[in-house]
Design a protein around this ligand. Sequence first.
Ligand SMILES: NC(=O)c1ccc[n+]([C@@H]2O[C@H](COP(=O)([O-])OP(=O)(O)OC[C@H]3O[C@@H](n4cnc5c(N)ncnc54)[C@H](O)[C@@H]3O)[C@@H](O)[C@H]2O)c1
Length: 388
Amino acid sequence: MNKILTLNNISVAGLERFPRDNYEIASEIQHPEAILLRSYKMHDMDIPESLKAVGRAGTGVNNIPVDKMSMKGIPVFNAPGANANAVKELVLAGMLMSARHIGPAWEFAKSQEGTDEQISKAVEAGKKNFGGFELPGKTLVVVGLGAIGRAVAKVAEDLGMNVIGFDPGLTVEGAWKISSSVKQAASFDAMLPEVDFISFHVPLIDVTRNMLNADRIKLLKKGATILNFARGGIIDDAAMAEALKSGHVYGYVNDFANNTLKDVPNVITLPHLGASTQDAEDNCAIIVSENVKDYLENGNIKLSVNFPEVNMPKCEGCYRVTIANSNEPNMLGQISSTLADAGLNISDMVNKSKGDLAYTIVDVNDQISEQVVEALKAIDGVLAVRVL
Ligand SMILES: NC(=O)c1ccc[n+]([C@@H]2O[C@H](COP(=O)([O-])OP(=O)(O)OC[C@H]3O[C@@H](n4cnc5c(N)ncnc54)[C@H](O)[C@@H]3O)[C@@H](O)[C@H]2O)c1
């Protein structure tokens, strides 16, 4: 029976992937083989000796001590892109809300009193204050062309916008997924004078903190609208508030409420709604549950932030051992000779590395004894050994 500890509420759609006759799942459980979580901060937690896998039902893993997990040979799984559609739809809603003054217009219509005839007259007279503009032909700059940025770029193109992308870390695989009509920005500063909309889809790291600061806001085309559904801290909110008050910036739509922006005109702040649809939570939970289950049962690794992607179909009648180790020379040789010394014949084997870590799956022709496991663990650089 595998035990799974949930540190946050995880969508039932994901938990259903673990058959109840083989898995026990609870928010309080001793000696768990796996932990599933969303935003729970694991940094100060004592890591159970029994732990073999961590699954984050979402994208970011800064609430998880990934380095500590790596040193113990524990893969951390996540679900990149599973919430991209949810965020994309909110970005689109944000652009439309800002362009058509939907919030104030709705308030205005709601606030009218009197007979139907009086209300109709009042709204016809007042609607000129909420005219707005349309999206086709406008230029949108997408900063960060990962799962969400790409989805935003696509929907904007479909609406007839000119899309410029900026992502110095774009992978070849990522570039293939972007329409060829999305223009590539020469530099971040170079495109600022061209933007009608600029939407941020980057992680919050040192280089992206205050990426849009007072100096860069000055470079923006007058009347631009800024969208931040990535993280608070990427835009200098105090500088943004000034630019909105002066009228240099037309609107600021964001998902991160704070006092600096509270009563500033033309700010639309949502309560961190980006990925909070049930569909997104289901998608994240399903992806991460399936991959954690495959790891626990077969040792395969898919969508792990610290370990390489490794998959090997289990051979009929074989016995499987998996080894997580630091990525250094002669590990495979030592693993093979340890198995050979125990009289085990290797039927199939796969080894992959990612950064400082490597992972090996070996299928052998006979049962793997506790002695062999201890001999494998004793190899310098081996972090974890599992027999499946
Ligand atoms: N509002 C919400 O609820 C919500 C929900 C999900 C994700 N997010 C945020 O959205 C961000 C993007 O998510 P994703 O799934 O697309 O991530 P992702 O990892 O697929 O993409 C991030 C992209 O940013 C690029 N990047 C990194 N540094 C950059 C820089 N300095 N300039 C330009 N590009 C840079 C990377 O190369 C990568 O392509 C996440 O990091 C997270 O902070 C917010």
